[in-house]
Design a protein. Sequence first.
Length: 658
Amino acid sequence: MTEQAYEPKPFGPLCLSADGCRGFRVNPYQWCWAHLDPEDRERALSHLAPGGPINACGTHLTPELLTKILAALRRDSGPLELGDARFDGAQFGGDARFDGARFLHGASFRDAWFNGDTKFDRAQFGGDARFDGARFLHGASFRDAWFNGNTKFDRAQFGGDARFDGARFLHGASFPKARCGGDTGFARFARFFAASFREAQFNGDTRFDGARFFHNAWFRGARFLGNARFMGTQFDGDARLEEAFLEAEHILGPVLVKERLALDETTVTQHLVVEAFARQVTCIATEFKQGATIRLRRADVVLDGCMFGRPTTVSFAQLPFRERIGGLTPEGGLQDILFKDKEEEEAFEQKGQRTRPRLLSMRGTDVSNLTLVELNLRHCLFQGAHKRAEIRIVGTPQFADSPNYRMPLFGRIRLWRRWTRRQVLAEEHWYRSCRGREGGGNPLSDKEHWYDPCNCHEGGWNAPESKTLECVANVTGQEIERLTPDRLASVYRALRKAQEDNKNEPGAADFYYGEMEMRRLAAPVRSVERALLSAYKAISGYGLRASRAVAALLVVLALGTIGFATVGFADLNRVEYRPATSGAAGQPAVYQQVTVPAGRPGWGAAIDQSIDSATALLRTDQSRPLTATGRAIEVALRVLGPLLLGLAVLAVRGRVKR
């Protein structure tokens, strides 16, 4: 027959002593170990053998009685070996020493009371280890213990220190609602197959230095009231600290998280330091009351709904963490954790853009206390963030670029269309890709967000990577709202002010260009505002493109020259002096002044007149006889010439100003 795990019955064969003992009977007697007669106890102890079962559920075990039972289960000069060990509800009146014990078929200490020092150092649990509801009044030590089955410390209470340094949990380790009154240690390369610390409370200092979780680790609702440190901790799955409470000083890192580091809805009362190499880092509705310093590598970051009570910095960690963690991990560093070999990681790091963390979203976050340093902002959604004008962007941020691509006309015929090179927001890419061809086509439905209506090649107006947006939507559980041009203009306006406050005039100029573009697209197609903004864009790129202003000035001068040469100049008269009468010999000749037609000035004069009119503010105009049309051309040149020159100078200043 297949051997089944023993489950103690709540109303099993209880001790028949008069004091209402809840201890289980010792077969074949009617009493528990504590109430057996000395002779019967010795006889029962003689039937115990190393590796055999022991059942002391509900029994009050004095130090002397426990010593006798463990001595009967120990081989001569050998380790303590227990088969099916059942101590559910037992009360250990003194110290409980299980150092180096071997529990061959698992052990159960559910609801047990340990009134003295408890030692399970180097113990080996061959099956499941159950400590649900156990109470360690003076703490417990499980250093270097091996748990080969499922391990449960649900609702366990440690009155003193809880030491699990170097422990190995080869299956699931569960600590939900556990309470640790003293210091807690899972350091010195403790290993977890998977672990849950949901709603656990750590009143003292907590250390996970060098620990490794081979799968997910859950800390949802956990409370860290003392200092907590996760230096060199490795998570091969997710590290979930949602709804946690961190009260004292905390150092979360450097940590290595292969998947997601989640701090969602967590409250941090003191300044938090986070250093992480992760695939994702999410801080959704997280409250940093004293701010935080967050240094990341590789991670996709979501900061939706955060509250930063003090200045907070999110930055790119320039140096690889493996150089700092190498001494803490027996494997030697990061390359043995997330990558197959060192060469693979080095090849990964050569992609500078991918190593730099990407900020994806800050919806619903007050960013007035936030500083971003050397982050990849190509896919960042600034919509929904509050006080965007006060955000600080330091270093060389990587925003998305405007495209430069070929646009299809008929069949295989292509037309080169060059967009102004500038930094743009991901929202503009998204808006334009969903909008279709400018001036034509119908807006796309929500189901077609990732379709490119222009059928553009690489570099077109494409939405941010669909996986990135889907990631944000999946993480936050909210759909991403597509912006209208007028709202997108307000986003550009706020970020332009932030760049100006940071003395980044070229960056501010790019955002001003985006703001004007969105204002132009927001205006009705047949409106004076749309026409004025379109003309402003065409002649000077909203006062930011000197080449356009110079080109427009040259065009104006060419048109003025043609106008003067053809219809602008009036006919000239030349004064000549001709003899009035033929005088007698010896008499002086008499001449009279005669005006004769002399034609119109030539092209050279027309060019000179155009330049004179366009620069009339800089030099005196050499007037020539003009027709009414010529006067109108002259007035137009006097207005447009200085205006275009001023726009060119303004554009140059915007690019070189610091």
